[in-house]
Design a protein around this ligand. Sequence first.
Ligand SMILES: [Zn+2]
Length: 195
Amino acid sequence: MLIPARGAVAVRVAADQRFRVIDLEGTQVVDLFAFVDGDVGEYASAEHTRVFVKRLFPKSGEPFVTNRRRPLLLLEEDSSPGVHDMLCAACDPTRYALLGHTGWHASCQENLERTMDELGYAGVEIPQPINLFMNVSRDADDALNFAPALTRAGDSVTLRALLPSIVVASACPMDLNVINGAGPTDAAVEVLDPA
Ligand SMILES: [Zn+2]
């Protein structure tokens, strides 16, 4: 399923079902959100995951846990350079205003709100996302450095749902810093196993 540049899609995945998130053209960040299907008050939480795995950034073979500290997704395979972020909040209208943009700008937060609204879940919490392919590092003084994603066209990650989930993937619309290289491009999400 295509995730158009600056847009988002939602997919339902059953427990044990795998799905793949693909950076079609390279250098594109995809914000990933996941909610427990049937109880969207429980969702994948980067801040709880950092404690659970005792790491700042995702790594193959490790889970993402919910705000109730239950493993929800497992990062099974990674054909990308393996650089992902778990520190940054989703971009939102205020983030773009602070960067000097005037007028409306697409954002991962609005993408999440719209796709969940379309499924009948208005007003969901905005979890801190799993920022796939996002290249954030910290220097010796703990300052954050934002750099272009290192992904090449076709790089992907494969995740397994450990509980029935609603997954939202947003092709990040950020075009006011370098994280998406020359600009936002398409991505895709593909469910791999029959439900
Ligand atoms: Zn974004």
